[in-house]
Design a protein around this ligand. Sequence first.
Ligand SMILES: [Ca+2]
Ligand SMILES: [Ca+2]
Length: 183
Amino acid sequence: MRHSPLLTLLLTSLTCKVYSITPTQQRCSDVDNPDIFPQYFKEEPDKCYLYTSKIFAPEQQTLKYSKDKCKEWGAQYSFSCVLVSPMTADKMKQYLDNSILVSYMRCWLGLQQTSTSVEPAGGWYWQLADGSQLSADGAPWLPGQPDNDGGNSNQGAYNGVTGITDENEAFFESQINAIQCEC
Ligand SMILES: [Ca+2]
Ligand SMILES: [Ca+2]
């Protein structure tokens, strides 16, 4: 069959899109669960992001609930998942460009501070899916953060806009409206 050049171009680009998906991305798109909106994007071929479909549901505001969901969803779909972890400004930009993080979202990050460290900037680390920890030097904090505001602000959160803040777990809970897991 002969197609017009425009249709041929369209079909070719569609075909390329379909066949450029990686096995991980395929498994990601196969996640079939009304509670989860699975996401992936081109620059992270081996990653799958599991985003709650229950935006603004109050029961998911605690840090423990968010962490448990990442574990539970990961186990269910054979991924190792942690709370979303935008480790650098470049990564943050990718997440914003691909709607992994969206300006109305407030969610916990896989970013924590050891309780014995020097405030406000000491001892921050990323919690990795294999249980290990990675120093959070170079994390894309918003200007003026971390500031240990209110005391015991030892947990990283995505606070909308383009960066991250340190938050007191108990005080910030009521602001949380989403869960984003990185697998
Ligand atoms: Ca702190
Ligand atoms: Ca803060």
